[in-house]
Design a protein around this ligand. Structure first.
Ligand code: PFF
Ligand code: NA
Length: 471
């Protein structure tokens, strides 16, 4: 069986290749674009602390669970869940978990591609010297003009979707595996350079203080910048749900991306070690991005709660003023595109693997079909920043983009993660998870099993109940 399957899909060439691909999936727009702006909207350090707790208590154990389920099932998430449910004598309805993941990945991809398109546009801006000597007002205008133009947004969205489809259609192993190995370290180096810039030129003390010092009065504070430029804040349980949702989003958990990557993993590699490396790399990337951005925000009198435009309105100020900024800026946005690219391919892979397995489609046809659907849906996000930004086009006070983001990050991923924890902790036999994790039967395995059975599910449930107002 497993041999026949490895003919359908490639396998990673080594444990390192798996780690690189999974880090490529994890480190993306979530770290550099989303983490800073949601931290800015949700009160800073207190939010970061809740996020870090979610990463440690939920992220690591569920990362291990997803990898082990994937490697044991060795197929797309849908078929993996079906196969394992049958093997473990669990209800066939577990197959639906795979479906929810495929749908979540496709919804996320639809807006991810639009935002990655902004980064593509900024490669051009940086390379053409558009930031040189520009003040924060000029930088803000540059961003506003991009958002105001549906045609421009659509163009970059289309280009990015084509790039994603192009790579996935060829199979993940040939191109990506190697490219990721070079580009990810380069992205980290550039983030460190930007942190150094922020240290010398920004308001580093205020920025670091905002990011790292928890002000518990703000755990429940959510702020937004109104179109009028006014800032509106309210007290709500939402920041905690957003922190939980972001822990899943940033680690690519809860939708089968890591599961499908795990299914291509060599049988002997250590799952726990890999999970730890992935989580640590992702967290460092997010914190570095925060340390690069907030000092520039405060030094230029910008508003941390500016929303999705935050990095596009701050980092160019740094690039415009620093020596060699044109080169560094160009490089930075190229790497950001690359980070987004290596994540986007993992958003599409679960669906593609399923179409190849069950519908007998070629990878090219499978990838192109999903790509076209996600592209169409992405038009809703394109319009959310211009023609559909008005209140008459909103639902529950959210634009299309905000709705898709909220539904996927804050509901579908945590729900998917909860089910994965329940499956790995309760539906799977102890012997199955123990053999797959290869941790022996000692303290390490026992702690993982305890956390995945009780702690992670309880925390996710608590946050949910709190969010819908039952707690
Ligand atoms: N982890 C990616 C990021 O932080 O940008 C986003 C992502 C990729 C989420 C793949 C989910 C996923 F399956
Ligand atoms: Na991430």
């Amino acid at each position: 069986m497993s041999q026949a399957r490895s003919l359908i899909h490639d396998q990673w060439s080594s444990r390192l290749a798996f780690i690189m691909a999974a880090v490529g999936s994890a480190v993306g727009l979530g770290n550099v674009w989303k983490f800073p702006y949601i931290t800015g909207e949700n009160g800073g350090g207190a939010f970061v602390l809740v996020y870090l707790v979610c990463i440690a208590l939920i992220g690591v154990p569920i990362m291990m669970a997803e990898i082990l389920i994937g490697r044991r099932g060795r197929q797309s998430p849908i078929n993996t869940m079906r196969t394992l449910a049958a093997q473990e004598g669990a209800h066939p309805a577990w197959g639906w978990l795979g479906w929810m993941g495929v749908i979540a990945g496709f919804l996320i991809l639809s807006y991810y591609s639009v935002i990655a398109g902004w980064s593509l546009a900024y490669v051009l801006n940086a390379a053409s010297g558009a930031f040189n000597g520009a003040d924060s007002a000029a930088i803000a205008a540059l961003f506003d003009n991009l958002l105001k133009s549906p045609a421009a947004l659509l163009f970059w969205h289309t280009l990015f979707m084509l790039m994603t489809v192009g790579v996935v259609a060829r199979g993940v192993r040939s191109g990506l595996e190697q490219a990721v190995t070079v580009m990810m370290p380069a992205l980290f180096i550039l983030l460190v350079i930007l942190v150094l810039y922020a240290f010398y030129e920004g308001d580093f003390v205020r920025g670091a203080d905002f990011l790292l010092r928890p002000d518990f009065g703000k755990v429940f504070q959510h702020c937004e910048l109104l179109p009028s430029g006014e800032k509106s804040c309210r007290i709500t349980g939402e920041p905690i749900l957003i922190a939980l949702g972001h822990a899943f989003f940033t680690l690519s958990l809860g939708m089968g991306a890591i599961m499908v990557y795990g299914s291509y993993m060599p049988a002997t590699a250590s799952i726990a070690g890999a999970a730890l490396v992935i989580v640590v790399a992702d967290t460092i990337a997010a914190l570095l991005a925060g340390l690069a951005i907030f000092p520039i925000v405060f030094a230029n009198g910008l508003e941390p709660a500016s929303g999705p435009g935050l990095i596009f309105q701050t980092l160019p100020i740094a690039f415009g003023a620093m020596p060699g900024g044109q080169l560094f800026g160009t490089l930075f946005f190229i790497l950001l595109v690359f980070a987004a690219w290596t994540s986007a391919i993992s958003l599409i892979e679960p669906a593609v693997a399923w179409l190849v397995e069950n519908r007998g489609l070629s990878r090219l046809t499978a990838t192109a079909s999903i790509g076209v659907l996600a592209w169409l849906l992405g038009i809703g996000t394109v319009l959310s920043f211009n023609l559909w930004s008005g209140e008459s086009c909103q639902l529950f006070g959210k634009t299309w983009f905000e709705l898709v983001d909220y539904l996927t990050s804050n509901i579908m991923l945590p729900l998917g993660g909860l089910c994965i924890a329940i499956f790995a902790g309760w539906a799977m036999a102890r012997a199955s998870s123990r053999d797959e994790l290869q941790l022996g039967d000692g303290l390490r395995y026992r702690s993982w099993r305890f956390v995945i059975r009780y702690v992670s599910p309880a925390l996710v449930l608590l946050v949910f109940l709190n969010a819908i107002g039952l707690l």
